[in-house]
Design a protein around this ligand. Structure first.
Ligand code: BES
Ligand code: MN
Ligand code: ZN
Length: 498
């Protein structure tokens, strides 16, 4: 695994080594610490800037190799544009941009956390460091060779030069846990399905125990006893047994009702008997991204000892075609007692979630439930890879998720739920059928989920477009994004830890 180290913090006065990164505004103005560092270079930046048409515009950069007068190997000046209000997400993004300017062969880099207006605050520095850490993620544990001419990436040590080292370090502590949670989610999604099947996934959740999370694994026998035949039907064609994992973090008031997060964990989705076409099927190793997000979130919450009672529950199955596999036309009885006619075995995520949602709702009586799932291709058609689809029966929860999405740049767009759609999933033989035809495919999937949550405030996030398939940003260059960990950590911190 390349560079997963946390960055270090040093005072402005420390002498930089390796790559030196400074910020300037669109008048090519620097802050006092940067000006002092640049003194030996004379008017180097002023002369180099026009040669590269660099004006300090936001997001642009000037890259000078072996800058005269300095012992550093490279000087990178990053423009931040005009002065103005910047959000936490802006600093995270800027940290990603800065980290992206460090060549992979560099062993050291110093990022000076100062704008022309002066030193950044500790929380802003910590956000930069979070963005830089996320940007550095890569998944290469299965690469044993390098291509010709490809350099071995260095173990790059990043140092942030700051006004107050102790304050920056303190502000970074919860972000370090958050970064580790995102990394964990990305790793789980990137892992191939021959390695990460339900039992192995459940085993990896056990690592959360070290952080004080209570982890309970339910096997096929336990789920059969509970009557979770909808979830079990999806997994019955696989050589790998299904599992459900329930993780509990009790950092809130003793006995207070928890908040709950539920994830779709289809470790591989072939489509089952309604088998998918071959092209792109390999991406379906990531059909457990909802579950990965829940695990990453529990890691982040436990690392920062969040003052909240939180339940994370994931349904883990593999959807395979087989002699024992479920067929179109089969009718399954869910744990709730409602029956579902299977029209298409590829609409399996909703079958898994139906039982996990009902289990969590009745067992824990949560204040609210949020589920995450790579549920439909239809949501990608509707929203692309920028926004996740959000469906909710509760305006306040939906509003809070929307705002947390804006604050973290993990954005959600509310989609409709309405009883008129229900007739699309009426079945001739059972209480409902598992697909509603070609139109409104993301909506009919959400309508089905809603039947398993009763009156509990609930939101369903369809993350098929945002979680996987290289949704690249300044803070992610991997195939999987770890989408949702930062969003939900923020939601909890803002509203449910008081
Ligand atoms: N896991 C897929 C949805 C998906 C597609 C996730 C692309 C990520 C990227 C889901 O189980 C599925 O197959 N959905 C079907 C539903 C249909 C059969 C009603 C779909 O969207 O085509
Ligand atoms: Mn499917
Ligand atoms: Zn699926």
């Amino acid at each position: 695994m390349a560079d997963t180290h946390n960055p270090g913090f040093a005072p402005f006065s420390a002498s930089p080594k390796g790559v030196l990164i400074l910020f300037c505004n669109d008048g090519l103005k620097f802050g006092p610490a940067a000006r002092k560092l640049l003194t030996p270079t004379g008017d180097l930046v002023q002369r180099a800037a026009p040669a590269d048409r660099f004006t300090g515009k936001s997001g642009s950069a000037l890259d000078i190799v072996a800058p005269a007068g300095l012992t550093v190997t490279r000087l990178v000046v990053i423009g931040v544009g005009k002065a103005g209000k910047r959000s936490s997400a802006d600093f995270v993004k800027l940290g990603g941009i800065a980290r992206g300017k460090v060549p992979s062969v560099a062993t050291e880099a110093t990022i000076v956390t100062e704008f022309a207006s002066g030193a950044l605050r500790p929380d802003q520095v910590a956000d930069l460091a979070l963005g830089a850490t996320l940007r550095a993620y890569s998944f290469d544990r299965y690469k044993t060779k390098r291509r010709e001419g490809e350099d071995k990436p260095a173990d790059t040590r990043i140092t942030f030069a700051v006004a107050n080292v102790a304050a920056a370090e303190k502000a970074f502590v919860p972000r370090a846990g958050l970064a580790a949670g995102v990394r964990l989610a990305r790793d789980l999604v990137n892992e191939p399905a021959n390695v990460l099947f339900p039992e192995e996934f459940a085993k990896r959740c056990g690592a959360l125990k070290k952080l004080g999370v209570v982890v309970e694994v339910l096997d096929v026998a336990a789920m059969t006893k509970l009557g979770m035949h909808s979830l079990l039907g999806v997994g019955q064609g696989s050589a790998h047994d299904s599992r459900m994992v329930v993780m509990r973090w009790n950092g809130g008031k003793k006995g207070a009702a928890p908040i709950a997060f539920i994830g779709k964990g289809v470790c591989f989705d072939t489509g089952g008997i309604s088998i998918k076409p071959a092209a792109g099927m390999e991406d379906m190793k990531g059909d457990m991204a909802g579950a990965a997000c829940v695990v990453g979130l529990m890691h982040a919450l436990a690392s920062r000892k969040a003052k909240a009672n939180v339940v994370g529950a994931i349904g883990l199955v593999e959807n395979m075609p087989d002699g024992k596999a479920q067929r179109p036309g089969d009718i399954v009885k869910t744990m709730s007692g409602q029956t579902i006619e299977i029209i298409n075995t590829d609409a399996e995520g909703r079958l898994v979630l139906a039982d996990v949602l009902h289990y969590v709702n009745t067992r824990y009586k949560p204040r609210f439930m949020v589920n995450l799932a790579t549920l439909t291709g239809a949501i990608i058609v509707a929203l692309g890879q920028e926004y996740a689809g959000m469906f909710s029966n509760d305006d306040r929860l939906a509003e809070r998720l929307t705002r947390a999405g804006e604050a973290t740049a993990e954005k959600v767009w509310r989609m409709p739920l309405s009883p008129e759609y229900d007739k699309m999933i009426d079945s001739k033989f059972a209480d409902m059928k598992n697909t509603g035809g070609r139109y409104g495919g993301a909506i009919t999937a959400a309508q089905l989920l809603q039947r398993f949550v009763d009156k509990t405030p609930w939101a369903h996030l369809d993350i098929a477009g945002t979680a996987l398939g290289s949704p690249q940003t300044d803070i992610n260059k991997s195939w999987s994004s770890g989408w949702g960990v930062r969003l939900l950590d923020r939601l909890i911190a803002e509203h449910y830890e008081k």
